[in-house]
Design a binder for this molecule. Sequence first.
Ligand SMILES: Cc1ncc(COP(=O)(O)O)c(C=O)c1O
Length: 372
Amino acid sequence: MKRPLIPVAAPSLTAREHRYVNQCLRSGWISPRGPFVARFEQRFSRACGARYGVATCNGTAALHLALAVAGVGPGDEVIVPGFTFIATANTAVYLDAKPIFADIDPVTWTLDPTQAARRLTRRTKAIIAVHMYGHPVDMQPLRHLAHRRRLALIEDAAQAPGARYRGARVGSLGDAAVFSFDVTKILTTGEGGMLVTSNRRWAKQARLLRDHGMDPRRHFYHPVIGYNYRMTNLQAAIGVAQVERLRQLLTLRRRHARRYARGLAGVPHLTLPSSAAWADHVYWMYAVLVHPQSGFSRDRFMRALAREGIETRPFFPPVHRQPPYRTNRRLPVVEAVCARGVTLPSGATLTEGEIDRVCRVIRRLLRTPWPT
Ligand SMILES: Cc1ncc(COP(=O)(O)O)c(C=O)c1O
């Protein structure tokens, strides 16, 4: 497959990842049994400020387990932002529950707590707060709401390891949090995920469900129906190396964001990502909005960048406009943001020269010379 000149995200893999994977290969421990899985669970959950980690084959599986252990079931409603990756909503449907879509905040592009409160009914069982592109959700009002109404509060932190909300770590702000380690993510295992929680009972139940519902003390005895959602030792070996490098991987994302902010400052009709005063944003993706007054539709803007060898991605389309979820309900902020949003190259391997090139091309397209 031909790579674009500047890819939207590529993984940073060093001698450390190679060394740990080679240890797996030499030892023969390539299945979910093997020492790296527990090590990864311990190291990553500690980094999130949570007591327990349950590693899974991907982030969607972790989210499914989180809702299952929260007791979400048939007929329940789960509040989900209309702007997220579709897996957030799908996992509610896996449990025969119904995702109820709420609008987002126009500055942070994450679930608006006031809008979430408006969508509660007697059937609401859980709220999923999604930390979009690495910006944390305003969690305090959601925590109060969840407490008052006895709802489970799950963080979908797939895009935001290392982010903080009022100084507290993402992953420690709700009843449980889930992360994705797919290849574009800040910390990757190729495919992978983790549920973190400080609730011992939930962690135990999630482990049981992850392993076909098999009693860990009785081989092939299954008190409940579970899933095969395990992570392999090979994936976890990469994960341990990446979590040991987490600080470096976060520094890179933040440094890239600062350089983009300088390079794109003052370009009219382009909204750069904001960071609320209470947020420590980790910029999984450097995401911008292209307004029609620029003379470019979002898609024409993306095509113009592609012609220059610069790969971008559109924002996820509104989930309530996707065929399985289509409704007449309007979520005006979600719809405006999704129609205009583009993510620029953001991976850990991006160089300063590449960021400058992306900024130069955008300035040329939007007819804004470099400031002197
Ligand atoms: C917000 C969000 N939730 C869930 C997921 C699902 O994670 P995975 O692709 O690892 O299953 C993703 C993945 O991109 C995501 O961005």
